[in-house]
Write a protein that binds this ligand. Structure first.
Ligand code: NAI
Ligand code: MG
Length: 350
């Protein structure tokens, strides 16, 4: 097949890890007979410097037309005090493309287990995916502010809940057919609606999928105490923001974790969960695995190339299991050899 992919490297280590991911995509294309055309454009601080805005209309237009978007990271100290902020580019992109479902898989690799602050025996075999609602809830609600008070309104519509729960249940069908929906239904009205809608969608449309409900506070506990039990977790925007950061600690390093942000269309934005890591930018030592695994998700979710995606995921797991470790993992003292740089890690995967 032929596919057009827009690459938005962004700032800091973004360009380093996206270059590695593009190299892996090219290798997968050669192996499976696909041609991927890459169009590189600016986002974030790099775009502010060159184009005066964190996401130009021309870039947004190219993103709309593309089959998928591969993103690095945005931001850095250089732009943190400015009026125009790099993150605005990311929010504009998500909103313009209607990317309402943020998928974050968390899988543990045996070799990387000791890099996690959690006891290894709890982590062996963890394989979950968190689906976070991305365009609703308190982050997008009406807000007020006076000298003595402030408010943020949390709102969800039935349609917003239905579509993200459907996405989670559909994912579960290709996995262990188990979904945990996380809410705070003992306190919040939006959560009571969430629970009601999730129950109906699962019962009427996904009778083969087991749905359970969990309150967010106890979920925070269970994620650490028995992470192996979870398959798909679906939740609203703010709960998802917090739980995904917590879940990322299970894997050992932020540098290992990918994400996908999906809407109704085929296109989506695929990016590692980490930021621009200004502390290590430009040194060629960033772990590219999060970006490479994001590229695998791109193949699966936007291009329908599941075998190719699994091939890349296996290549990453095999490389790590074989002792190919970047500095973020090697620093924990588990590597016998000197750590690999970004390009060498990509080469090991290829
Ligand atoms: P960060 O994720 O950039 O870095 C946190 C720590 O993890 C740093 O010590 C960094 O060196 C390390 N790290 C991150 N990715 C790594 C990788 N691939 N390999 C090895 N080590 C890695 O988060 P931080 O420092 O809070 O934010 C830095 C900048 O990134 C800020 O401007 C922030 O706003 C931005 N950011 C952007 C995101 C995005 O583009 N989606 C997400 C999070 C932060
Ligand atoms: Mg967060």
């Amino acid at each position: 097949m032929h596919a057009d992919i827009v690459v938005l490297p962004g700032d800091g280590i973004g360009p380093e890890v996206t270059a590695a991911a593009v190299a892996v995509l090219q290798a997968a294309g050669r192996r499976y007979g696909h041609t991927f055309r890459f169009e590189t454009r600016l986002i974030g601080g790099a775009a502010i410097d060159a184009e005066g805005a964190p996401l130009s209309d021309a870039t947004l237009d190219a993103c709309r037309k593309a089959d998928a978007i591969l993103l690095g990271a945005v931001g850095g100290p250089k732009w943190s005090d400015g009026e125009i902020r790099p993150e605005q580019g990311l929010l504009k992109l998500r909103k313009a493309l209607g990317l309402y479902a943020n998928l974050r898989p968390v899988r543990t690799h045996p070799v990387a287990l000791t890099a996690s602050p959690i006891k290894s025996h709890l982590l062996t075999g963890v394989d979950m995916i968190v689906v976070r609602e991305l365009t609703g809830g308190v982050y997008f609600g009406r807000r007020t502010r006076t000298d003595i008070a402030a408010s943020d309104l949390c709102e969800y519509t039935v349609a917003e809940i239905e579509r993200v729960v459907r996405r989670a249940c559909t994912l579960a069908r290709g996995r262990r057919k188990f979904v945990v929906s996380v809410d705070k239904a003992n306190v919040l009205e939006t959560s009571r609606l969430w629970r009601q809608v999730a129950t109906r969608v699962a019962r009427d449309e996904f009778p083969d999928v087991r749905l359970e409900h969990q309150l967010v506070d106890s979920m925070a506990m269970h994620l650490i105490a028995k992470p192996r039990e979870y398959d798909v977790i679906v939740t609203e925007n703010m709960f998802g923001d917090i739980l995904t950061d917590e879940a990322s600690m299970l894997a050992g390093s932020m540098g290992l974790l990918p994400s996908a942000s999906l809407g109704e269309g085929r296109g989506g934005v695929y990016e590692p969960i980490h930021g621009s890591a200004p502390d290590i930018a430009g040194r060629g030592i960033a772990n590219p695995c999060g970006a490479i695994l994001s590229a695998a998700m791109l193949l699966r979710h936007s291009l329908g190339l599941d075998a190719e995606a699994r091939c890349i995921e296996k290549a990453v797991a095999d490389a790590i299991d074989g002792g190919a470790l970047t500095a973020d993992l090697a620093l924990t003292g588990i590597a016998a050899r000197p750590p690999l740089g970004t390009d060498a890690m990509a080469a090991a995967v290829i």
